[in-house]
Ligand binder design. Structure first.
Ligand code: TMP
Length: 236
């Protein structure tokens, strides 16, 4: 696998897929922007994206999944204001969005030799819908293969910090809380444990980054991990 620098010989067109994961308030979105800037300055072509979302339709699915109310509530919503989303529906929405995203954004960018930086991907599905909601992990993996046709991250950065700190940070920075932000502390604890279990299962792909220090220190750790990965990718 070879990362595609804009300065590189054309012809080798295999991109690199990096995902950033973590509980709410782990700082991954801030770190994604910093990593993107760093890689662009190094001469790489970078595509920044997120899940659920990344295409117009997938962003609409995100709105439904996170229960962000439509601008004008429809008659139906007024008559049925509290229709809870089932775990199965939540999972299906995530995969519907992912199928659009992989086909229209991620795969073309990788074929074009870019580095794709994605804010959340399948590990979030396993952590939230699997470990936290209790949907069967094998079922999720099968549905994921169906949605992605096998597109898998080469490297995943897991930003880890205690749930209380993450939720407090989220409340400070984001005035608007979505449906999942409002879940219980126990739910978010299961999500964190799920992520750590995934990291233990796949230590070569999933690298745990301590998300407690200040953003500059975290960014330095991120660059170190990504540089090591890119060096290895260049020589393999
Ligand atoms: P965020 O990206 O702003 O953190 O919000 C996305 C929310 O969606 C977050 O609460 C995690 C949730 N989510 C899932 O539950 N399953 C998934 O597969 C993905 C990608 C996100």
């Amino acid at each position: 696998m070879m990362p595609s620098k804009t300065t590189q010989t054309p012809g080798r067109r295999r991109g690199i897929f990096i995902t950033l994961e973590g509980i709410e308030g782990s700082g991954k979105t801030t770190q994604l922007a910093r990593l993107s800037k760093f890689l662009r300055e190094e001469g790489y072509r970078v595509v920044e994206t997120r899940e659920p979302g990344g295409t117009p339709l997938a962003e609409r699915i995100r709105g439904v999944m996170l229960n962000i109310p439509p601008a004008t509530p429809s008659e139906h919503l007024i008559r049925h204001p509290a229709e809870p989303i089932t775990s199965e529906c939540e999972a299906a929405l995530v995969f519907a969005a992912r199928a659009q995203h992989v086909t229209h954004v991620i795969q073309p960018a990788l074929q074009d030799g870019a580095i794709v930086l994605c804010d959340r991907f399948f590990d979030s599905t396993l952590a939230y819908q699997g470990y936290a909601r209790g949907v069967n992990l094998r079922t999720l993996s099968i549905l994921n293969r169906f949605a992605t046709r096998g597109v898998t991250p080469h490297l995943t950065l897991l930003f880890d910090l205690p749930v209380e700190r993450g939720l407090a940070r989220r409340r400070r920075h984001d005035a608007e809380q979505n449906r999942l932000d409002r879940e219980t502390r126990q739910f978010h604890t299961r999500v964190r444990k799920g992520f750590l279990a995934l990291a233990a299962k796949e230590p070569r792909r999933l690298k745990v980054i301590d998300a407690k220090p200040d953003p500059d220190r975290i960014a330095a750790d991120v660059m170190a991990v990504v540089n090591t990965f890119l060096r290895k990718a260049r020589t393999s």
